[in-house]
Design a protein around this ligand. Structure first.
Ligand SMILES: C[S@@+](CC[C@H](N)C(=O)[O-])C[C@H]1O[C@@H](n2cnc3c(N)ncnc32)[C@H](O)[C@@H]1O
Length: 526
């Protein structure tokens, strides 16, 4: 294809992108007015590209028409006029050959075949207004999760060895979650902040660095992979933490530490890679001081399907260890907590609660800043305050909080003044069925409680959709533990209500409660 043609096409794409931006936030409209984005893809990526396309359509309302072909056929057509194609996806035959797709301007490797490391290249060749966004989506965080879950074994990592590959994920996909995980771990430890802390399966040191910055611990990072050592040591040295943080090569199933020697033992994203988790937990229990606390687990969002674990199987493993102080915590992932008999009482308190909702937005949706609407009910109590403070601590969002009654606003304003949070929070009277705010005003909408359940649900869902901006996300729901049965609503009923709104990007999530997730378009991060 000649350069002039490509430039002309890119101009068309730019114009079309404006049109797309106008309609993308309104899936019903987009589905009617924008034709399908035509993707021609290598048949070796059929699974999971079909799933990626479905998710893209769900979030944007833009249909994707997929056609799978052999790489030879795709190669033969690339560079010629392909008016019937908007996006091409292709893999090379082996590591020594190139695919013609990789030579196209703007082509990007969006995934890698595991373990051959053959890259999957994606390039935009057509004028469809959603094409560039589809290509970016396939290589962005949401695409990555789907590639990682594919049975065919794809991943999104690069680098010379497994350690470098993981370092890429740590920096590019989950980098923003390490401070949150470290904060959470410090809370779980119930006030222990000095002495020896062991980080099992420390990898390239992101967590160890965050923990060290939040404590006075002497931290020992243990990992079985010697390739992690130089990455770990470089990161720790650059952070100026090398006097307190060191690396030890070793196996989590045979810890090279004496009995009763650690004040804290933590681990993130590693447990499911350990062949005998029970053996590791017994070792942790042996090494932990009677006054110590261990907290080990993760969320495994970008972990391949074979290394995920269900809460049930983890519970069985923990029960089989017969360790009296160990239990499973299934809040924001699956964790095992061991609280020594002489540990601080605060370590026994259940963690989580409304303050943890911010974790969910940061970890799952990558929200770090923007305008946030918080929908509260009648009054303002400790739960609401914890939720607000969670967001204000963990993100840079500005909050507009709405309450159904003027008394709620008065209570909230008094507490907000007392906590000196006034600069970042504005309170208004308003409800979920008639939100007193402009269209597209918010990047996130949050509600913890039954406000949506008790409302005219389809009306409330449409209101939330209206006030979200493109790329915005809303989560409203809760665990409703104390709610009488007759007031609860089945998830199926919520799904029917969601269907009545005509918004395809609504999901009912039965994960740690019952949540209504509403999204508007997709947020594309680099
Ligand atoms: C997904 S990475 C997580 C790294 C780090 N905890 C983080 O969150 O950034 C899993 C790590 O566990 C390590 N690992 C796997 N099996 C192990 C074992 N039996 N003993 C110690 N480390 C292990 C791997 O080498 C790898 O560094």
């Amino acid at each position: 294809m000649k350069i002039q043609e490509l430039l002309a096409r890119s101009r068309d794409v730019a114009v079309a992108a404006v049109v797309w931006t106008l309609v993308a936030g309104v899936p019903e409209l987009a589905a009617k007015e924008v034709p399908a984005c035509r993707v021609v893809a290598d048949q070796r990526v059929e699974e999971p590209l079909g799933t990626i396309a479905k998710e893209y359509t769900r979030l944007t309302g833009i249909a994707v028409k997929l056609q799978f072909k052999s790489s030879d056929k795709i190669g033969a057509s690339v560079g010629k006029e392909t008016p019937a194609t908007d996006v091409v996806v292709c893999m090379p035959e082996d590591l020594d050959t190139e695919t013609p797709v990789s030579a196209l301007p703007g082509a990007k490797a969006v995934a890698w075949k595991h373990p051959s490391r053959l890259p999957v290249w994606v390039a935009v060749v057509g004028k469809h207004p959603g094409a560039a966004k589809f290509a970016a989506f396939s290589g962005g965080p949401e695409g990555h999760r789907i590639w990682a879950n594919a049975k065919a074994g794809f991943t999104m990592v690069t680098g010379k060895n497994a350690a470098e590959a993981f370092d890429w994920v740590a920096q590019n996909r989950v980098g923003h979650t390490y401070p949150l995980t470290a904060m959470r771990m410090m809370r779980e430890l119930g006030g222990i902040r000095s002495g020896t802390c062991i980080d099992i399966g420390c990898g390239p040191g992101m967590l160890a660095a965050e923990l060290a910055q939040r404590s006075e611990f002497k931290i020992i990072g243990l990992d079985i992979d010697p390739d992690q050592k130089p990455l770990f040591e470089k990161r720790i040295k650059e952070a100026g933490l090398d006097e307190r943080v060191s690396f030890v090569l070793g196996d989590a199933q045979e810890l090279p530490f004496p009995d009763n020697s650690a004040d804290a033992i933590v681990s993130r994203g590693t447990l499911t890679f350990i062949p005998d988790i029970g053996k590791c937990l017994k070792e942790v229990d042996r090494v932990l001081k009677p006054g110590g606390v261990a907290f080990l687990g993760g969320r495994y969002l970008y972990t391949s399907a074979e290394h995920k674990i269900t809460t049930e199987s983890l519970r069985k493993i923990v029960a089989d260890t017969k360790l009296p102080n160990a239990r499973v915590v299934d809040s924001r992932g699956q964790w095992v907590k061991i609280v020594g008999p002489e540990a601080p009482a605060a370590a026994r308190k259940p963690s989580g609660g409304p303050g943890m909702l911010a974790h969910r937005f940061v970890a799952d949706y990558g929200v770090e800043s923007g305008e946030c609407l918080m929908i509260f009910g009648g009054g303002h109590g400790d739960g609401q305050q914890a939720m607000m403070e969670g967001f204000l601590d963990m993100t840079d969002v500005k909050i507009t909080a709405i309450y159904t009654k003027p008394e709620g606003v008065a209570q909230a304003e008094a507490r907000i003044r007392e906590a000196k949070l006034g600069e970042r929070v504005t309170c208004k009277v308003g409800g979920i069925e008639a939100i007193p705010c402009d269209d597209g005003a918010f990047d996130l909408v949050v509600g913890a409680g039954p406000m949506l359940i008790f409302a005219d649900r389809p009306k409330a869902m449409k209101e939330i959709f209206r006030v979200l901006r493109d790329g915005g996300v809303s989560l409203v729901g809760g665990r409703f533990l104390g709610m009488p049965e007759f007031r609860k609503v089945k998830s199926e009923t919520l799904r029917q209500d969601a269907a009545k709104t005509g918004i395809p990007s609504i999901r009912i999530i039965d994960d740690m409660g019952q949540w209504v997730e509403i999204r508007k378009g997709v947020r594309i991060s680099p």
